[in-house]
Design a protein around this ligand. Structure first.
Ligand code: NAP
Length: 393
């Protein structure tokens, strides 16, 4: 799944190592050196911690940055695509930036054969003349199209509406495979030779009884140790632990949103920063989904993490979320903000980040004795001062 972040070329500014200039267009080929399951048997999710070799820091990054990963399509998906299109993998095709390469190679490493795009649907509708598909593509049928496309991939479209087209025509219709961005889950000060990620691996069976996979997460989980993986660092200059050693830090990171905060905590400890740290973490079940339990409990018992508030949503009849824990500790949270705390949120943008934002305003209003407008202005000022920073997707 792609992540939306501010764009920007890696600059290396402020990092302990000079940037070697690796970019999306000119990535760093490195080896996967760690692939550990974080979710436990019985979990509804497969969450893994991946680690890549930075060759002693040659791939420079800071806690809070994101790592771009160029994936390859799985061999089963490529085989399925070849089967539904009836094409020869050895046929040479011309691909922008890659020149003449065999179609099989283009499908594996250059072309997006998973995502259903408007161009693909239009091409298939024109070639097949299929009336059902044409009806689905009418502007007033957006909802129905979204429902039809849910949990399906491009190969399901071509499977449902068989099209005969040349290899060159397919190359013209398919989009280029793109890198995925993941929040970095380590500090280079704690792990000088590694960069780590926390990734939810996407696998499901769709309504056509086809097993489908997230392209990049399953590439990392299943295939990336076959050879070098092209990666690059995307800087997030505003998503950093506080520069001041004594500033308090509040982090809200349910699910894989915990990723950058492991890096933040490692970073502050490595720098000897003693400002208080507070983490809100939530997931479905404590027994199977408490990622980084050992690390977080060790931070907690050493006193590096002053507060760890947990919200396991499915361990009781009523859902409990991170924002419920924030509300329970409203007075203390307000006190930390008054003491200059930075407030960070990472994870799901669609629902969680909105609800956490609302709860923050409610706490500010209730504890600060402010009306809604004044509370909104307080929170707006926090963001303007870069004390309220989010990495949501
Ligand atoms: P996640 O699905 O965000 O779940 C982590 C925890 O957050 C769970 O305990 C979940 O509870 C809880 N949660 C659900 N709704 C919440 C809300 N409104 N406020 C606060 N907490 C809430 O974690 P993830 O597995 O890391 O997510 C992986 C990816 O899926 C992310 O990219 C995320 O953006 C995406 N996602 C998107 C949606 C969406 O509708 N846009 C939904 C889920 C996930 P319950 O699941 O028990 O309710």
């Amino acid at each position: 799944m792609s992540r939306h972040r501010p764009s920007g070329r890696p600059s290396g500014a402020g990092g302990p190592w000079p940037s070697a200039g690796y970019t999306k267009a000119s990535p760093f080929a490195t080896l996967l050196i760690g692939n550990r399951l974080l979710s436990l048997p019985g979990s509804q999710k497969e969450v893994r911690r991946f680690a890549f070799d930075t060759r002693g820091g040659e791939l420079a990054y800071e806690a809070g940055d994101a790592l771009g990963v160029w994936p390859a399509n799985g061999s089963e998906l490529v085989a399925e695509w070849l089967a539904v299109t009836g094409l020869d993998p050895d046929k040479s095709v011309s691909v922008p930036d890659a020149g003449e390469i065999p179609l099989g190679e283009a499908l594996r490493t250059r072309l997006d054969i998973a995502r259903i795009t408007p161009d693909l649907l239009k091409f298939v509708a024109e070639r097949t003349g299929d009336r059902d598909l044409k009806r689905l593509l009418r502007p007033d049928n957006k909802g129905e199209l979204a429902k039809w496309s849910w949990a399906r991939q491009a190969v399901d479209v071509v499977g449902a509406f068989p099209v005969r087209a040349s290899a060159a025509e397919w190359v013209g219709v398919l989009k280029r495979l793109q890198p995925r961005l993941y929040s970095i889950s380590s500090s280079p000060l704690a792990h000088p030779g590694e960069v780590r990620l926390t990734v939810s691996v996407v696998r499901y069976t769709n309504d056509l009884d086809r097993e489908r996979k997230g392209v990049c997460s399953t590439y990392l989980a299943d295939c990336a140790d076959d050879g070098p993986v092209p990666v690059f660092v995307q800087r997030s200059p505003h998503f950093r632990p506080p520069a001041d050693p004594a500033t308090p830090m509040i982090m809200v990171g349910p699910g894989t949103g915990v990723a950058p905060f492991i890096g933040f905590l490692e970073d502050r400890r490595a720098r000897g920063h003693t400002g208080p740290n507070w983490l809100f973490f939530g997931e479905q079940r404590e027994a199977t989904d408490f990622y980084y339990r050992e690390e977080l409990e060790a931070f907690r018992s050493s006193g590096h993490l002053d507060r760890l508030d947990l919200a396991f949503s499915r361990d009781q009849r009523n859902k409990v979320y991170v924002q419920d824990r924030m509300r329970e500790h409203g007075p203390r949270l307000w006190q930390w903000l008054q003491d200059g705390a930075h407030f960070y949120v990472c994870g799901d943008a669609a629902r969680m980040a909105k609800d956490v934002d609302l709860t923050l305003r409610e706490i500010v209003a209730a504890q600060g004795g402010l009306d809604d407008d004044a509370a909104a202005a307080y929170v707006k000022q926090l963001a303007a001062d870069r004390r309220y920073v989010r990495d949501v997707y």
